[in-house]
Design a protein around this ligand. Structure first.
Ligand code: MAN
Length: 351
């Protein structure tokens, strides 16, 4: 674990008003991050759960493309509800979320505190987003910001793309990685004439523990040339491994922070989510040129240890200011945090 220069909690669920009177805000986390002029833009995942409860019933919210918010009620005995995030049908094994996520955009002038809590809302849209949109990752390519985000529906968990030039109006480009695939990170420039992305397939056939893959595309929409990047790794990422922060270019190569969780098979909860550091070759990012042997970040502050899902740090954005790397992350599936690390400590950790 590396020494932090600072840790700030930037946003908590209590800070925000719900988007509908039937809902309460239960999470504000996993922010997409970019720099726009002299402001840092944070596109935060806001999670809302139904307020009402009915004895003997469970409720799962969804957004109907025409009718808006719908609350579905099921007999409680049909589902296992022990996971704080999902209900699992006892016969079909299918899941429904206990909550619904949308995105809100905030700005920060100092990179550590939000200028205002009035966040502009981005709602789920269409058939592939009925169970919510989550975990946006922002990459600036030329003068356009591309946002790869998770879209959840009864079809599964996929990744879709939207773009904007000003964070006021957005263009939707549809699903770019089909279910189940999350944690898609775009590189900020073409390499060898192709766009590049890291992604995380989540196969149902468990030949492997989770892996991060890399893919290429001529146009950001059609992805191919898939190659495995990392996986089957250390104890700290035996249950989960996934891309974290969109890679940033350094003299030495592409720098990115990724996450892993150490849950054992059959163990309850989600395990401990920690973060590692990785450096990819400047010209050929399928080649790893440096990697921290241990996590650089683990749940440390109280707001990272206790929340909706305890002991989670989940990095989703990386910026450099005055030789300090600012890592933005979701804490305990609950709050937005930012932690600062010395530039030289990052490069020492890469070995
Ligand atoms: C997991 C968690 C949830 C998320 C669903 C769907 O269960 O990451 O927070 O809502 O996947 O993406």
């Amino acid at each position: 674990m590396l020494d932090r220069q600072f840790t700030h909690c930037m946003l908590r669920p209590d800070d925000l008003e719900p988007s509908d009177e039937r809902m309460k805000v239960v999470g504000t986390f996993n922010p997409g991050i970019t720099q726009l002029g002299d402001q840092t833009v944070l596109m935060v995942r806001v999670v809302e759960a139904p307020i009402e409860s009915r004895r003997g019933f469970l409720c799962s919210p969804r957004l109907h493309p025409q009718h808006g918010l719908v609350l579905d009620w099921f007999p409680a005995e049909e589902h296992d509800a022990t996971d704080p995030r999902v209900y699992t049908h006892r016969i079909h094994g299918t899941i429904r979320l206990k909550f619904l996520s949308h995105l809100r955009v905030f700005r920060s002038s100092d990179g550590k505190t939000l200028d205002s809590l009035e966040g502009k809302v981005i709602e789920p849209q269409g058939e592939y987003e009925t169970y919510g949109i989550e975990d946006p990752r922002i990459t600036q390519i030329g003068d356009t910001f591309y946002i790869a985000y998770v879209c959840v529906s009864h079809h599964g968990v996929a990744t879709a793309l939207m773009s904007t030039k000003d964070f006021e109006s957005y263009q939707r480009h549809g699903v770019i990685f089909c279910p189940d695939n999350k944690d898609v990170l775009l590189f900020p420039e073409k390499l060898d004439g192709q766009y590049v992305a890291m992604h995380r397939p989540m196969p149902m056939m468990k030949f492997t523990t989770p892996q991060i893959w890399i893919a290429r595309s001529p146009d950001l929409l059609h992805w191919g040339h898939h190659e495995q990047l990392i996986g089957n790794g250390s104890q700290w990422m035996r249950d989960r491994a996934g891309g974290g922060t969109p890679p940033i270019k350094t003299e030495q190569g592409w720098l990115t922070v990724y996450h892993g969780s150490n849950k054992l098979p059959g163990q309850g909860g989600a395990g401990v989510y920690t973060a590692g550091l990785m450096l990819l070759d400047k010209k050929n990012p399928s080649k790893i040129v440096g990697r921290s042997s241990e996590p650089i970040m683990e749940p440390q502050a109280e707001f990272e240890k206790r929340g909706f899902l305890d002991t989670v740090v989940f990095p989703t954005g990386l910026l450099e200011r005055d030789n300090i790397y600012y890592v933005y992350y979701g804490a305990a599936d609950d709050a937005v945090g930012v932690a600062g690390f010395k530039r030289e400590d990052f490069f020492d950790a890469l070995g």
